[in-house]
Design a binder for this molecule. Structure first.
Ligand code: ZN
Length: 389
């Protein structure tokens, strides 16, 4: 690791500062500004680069390139002048909460299973962690509880730069072989890790950690977690949504799962009953129909599946060639046409054109929507289908 003496290392809580502009040059679609010293953390170690402003000019990202920290600015700033830097503190602090939360969680996985964190991505919302061994969702949740218990105990986050001899005696986690000055982050009873990110000083500032998912991934395990304010925002959204569900179902917030299951079962029973009645209704309707080549039927309040059931029965029992059915839909009529003899696709195009419709299908069956009057639909269907005979 190189020298680690920038302002964000000396004080990860610094959110405003002044520093001299050393360099400024065009970089991609922005200007890269290099400062003598900075509190802007450059993207690295899985932690995103900082955002904020320099002299009121937007800094959209901070990156490290060829040993220099580049502040990507919307406009140029004259070298030699002083720049006033302001961090987007909410964003940075959320990243510190997430990043430190990741230490606690990965540290606990390591202590329990000995697995390494082999992939770490901190997105705008979620933190994705890849471990090199298997564990279950239940175990992931047990670790979530352990991590939160450590947060509530407000354990400190300690930074140290041990000598090479001292380092050899420390069982720290690291993603790569390190030499020279190594920055060790220690959280008692939780984690020892070589890291150059920014952290909160005490775990209590994380507030909460929540595991969102845990699944096998490339022979190991992928876990998505949230920490800090982002975890709170997520839980708030889920709570609000559950509250709305409880209002709609008129049940307690703690009973929405059972109540939803009950409503779904009830709805399934209704569907079974309706389907049985529909079969009886179809037999009854078909019995009274005359024997014809082309049948055109209007049906009240039927789904496409029900129209299909009726249509197939008509063709089977009346030995017809084609059967067209339609039923009211939103602002028009849903239709379904079946044929044993005619290719329906060109007919469907023609019908859609004349009846302001849309839809399509196969040679034997087409379905869609007509935006026209009922009498007009009947007349046009009859004309087009009979002409195709
Ligand atoms: Zn770290």
């Amino acid at each position: 690791m190189e020298e680690m003496n920038e302002l964000f290392y000396r004080d990860s809580y610094c959110r405003e500062f002044t520093a001299e502009v050393k360099e400024c040059f065009p970089y991609k679609n922005a200007y890269a500004v290099v400062l003598e010293d900075t509190a802007f953390y450059p993207e690295g170690g899985g932690q995103p680069g900082d955002r904020g402003t320099l002299n009121g000019i937007e800094v959209s990202d901070t990156i490290k390139k060829d040993g220099k920290i580049l502040h990507l600015c919307a406009a140029a700033i004259e070298p030699g002048t002083q720049a006033e830097g302001k961090l987007d503190w909410k964003y940075r602090f959320n990243n510190m909460q997430s990043h430190t939360g990741e230490h606690v969680y990965s540290g606990l996985v390591h202590r329990r299973f000995g697995y390494e964190n082999v992939g770490f991505h901190m997105g705008r919302e979620m933190i994705t962690l890849d471990f090199d061994g298997p564990f279950s969702y239940e175990e992931a949740l047990e670790l979530e509880r352990e991590a939160n218990e450590r947060i509530w105990r407000d354990l400190p986050v300690l930074i140290s730069f041990p000598s090479e001899e001292e380092l050899q005696a420390i069982p720290y986690r690291s993603k790569k072989e390190l030499s020279g000055k190594v920055r060790i982050v220690t959280i008692p009873e939780s984690d020892i890790c070589a890291c150059c990110g920014t952290h909160v000083t005490d775990l209590g500032q994380i507030g909460i950690i929540k595991v969102l998912s845990c699944a096998p991934h490339k022979g190991g395990t992928r876990v998505d977690i949230l920490a800090g304010e982002r975890a709170y925002e997520y839980l708030f959204d889920v709570w609000s949504n559950n509250r709305e569900v409880s209002r709609l179902l008129r049940c307690k917030e703690s009973e929405t799962g059972n109540e939803t299951q009950r409503v779904l079962n009830e709805s399934l029973q209704k569907d079974i009953r309706r389907s049985k009645l529909m079969k009886e209704y179809v037999s009854f309707i078909v019995e009274d129909l005359p024997v014809k080549n082309v049948h055109i039927l209007y049906e009240e309040e039927k789904s496409v599946n029900e129209l299909r059931l009726l249509g197939n029965k008509v063709l089977d029992e009346k030995k017809g060639d084609s059967c067209a059915l339609f039923s009211e839909g939103n602002e028009g009529y849903n239709y379904l046409i079946l044929s044993n003899v005619t290719d329906l696709r060109p007919l469907c195009k023609q019908l859609n054109q004349r009846l302001s419709g849309r839809g399509g299908g196969s040679k034997e069956m087409v379905s869609g929507f007509f935006k026209a009057e009922r009498s007009e639909i009947e007349a046009v269907l009859s004309e087009v289908l009979n002409a195709a005979e």
